[in-house]
Design a protein around this ligand. Structure first.
Ligand SMILES: [Zn+2]
Ligand SMILES: [Zn+2]
Length: 280
């Protein structure tokens, strides 16, 4: 790795292990692109180009992550989940390629936190469809590809610092299913749930000490401590709106209204912090 030729990249390369500072690295994105092109064209160093591709991906993911937190705080919950969705899609791909480098750089943290936000969506179901791909092109060489006509590039691999993905030009939807983890959060009925929960999400995001706070959602199972049920009498109409008496409805076992208790275990923005606080 010829950092001497790009001395201004040295801090970026050094700082990559200190993932909290990654968002500040976005100013290096142009330099990284140039460095990557140089690795391929001048040095023919595919591995170096791959490492730089991961670096770029990490910078973008971390900046998406902190932006998602900002959107959540300001009540733009659709915008926030849009970013979280991109993180959840890209993180496993970057993680796969990072394994060579042996580093995590906070990737696990932002990936898990993304899923924790999704957990708070209620109900957790979305729509997914099965489809037949009629025409697909390779993102690197633009060749039309199929099972019988591979182009030579492997899907998900990195060539010349570029990720190979299939671009589906024509698809036929064959079936639709309800799934717990939909392929797309935004294109499902979650949108309504996100809007309904906007205040709740904004409130939680504002209480978190930083986007990198490590927090854990736990379902409240004690109805006497559940904000929706604690004041309900056994003979009252059930707060869930079923029309039945509380004692014949949610008082037994599975409450229809979920409440998550959120504990902050750690805050990665404060060095060496290890504290637990219940914030919501
Ligand atoms: Zn190709
Ligand atoms: Zn009920």
């Amino acid at each position: 790795m010829d950092v001497e030729r790009y001395p201004h990249l040295r801090p970026a390369a050094m700082d990559i292990a200190r993932f909290r500072e990654l968002p500040d690295l976005s100013r290096h994105l142009d330099d990284l692109a140039e460095w990557k092109e140089h690795s391929v064209k001048m040095e023919g160093d595919e591995l170096q180009a791959k490492a730089i591709w991961c670096l770029e991906g990490l910078v973008v993911l971390h900046s998406e992550f902190t932006s998602a937190h900002g959107s959540m705080r300001s009540g733009d919950v659709i915008g926030a989940f849009d970013r979280i969705e991109r993180i959840l899609t890209a993180a496993p791909i970057i993680r796969r390629h990072l394994n060579d480098a042996g580093g995590k750089f906070g990737l696990e943290l932002i990936h898990n936190t993304g899923w924790d936000w999704v957990t708070l969506l209620d109900p957790p179901y979305g729509i997914s469809h099965g489809s037949i791909i009629k025409r697909a092109h390779c993102s690197i060489c633009q060749t039309r590809v199929g099972v019988l006509w591979p182009c030579g590039h492997i899907k998900g691999e990195i060539y010349g610092g570029m990720l190979c993905i299939q671009i589906h030009k024509e698809i036929t939807v064959t079936e639709v299913s309800i799934v717990e983890r939909p392929a797309s959060l935004i294109l499902t009925n979650h949108r309504d749930q996100m809007l309904k929960g906007a205040d709740k999400f904004a409130d939680l995001a504002r209480k978190l000490p930083s986007p990198y706070a490590l927090w854990v959602p736990q379902l409240e199972t004690d109805l006497r401590r559940h904000p929706a049920y604690r004041d309900a009498g056994r003979n009252d109409r059930c707060p869930c709106g079923s029309g039945r008496k509380f004692k014949r409805c949610c008082a037994h076992g599975h409450p229809n209204i979920k409440h998550w208790n959120i504990s902050v275990i750690d805050d990665y923005s404060v060095p060496n912090s290890r504290r637990q606080t219940v914030i919501a």
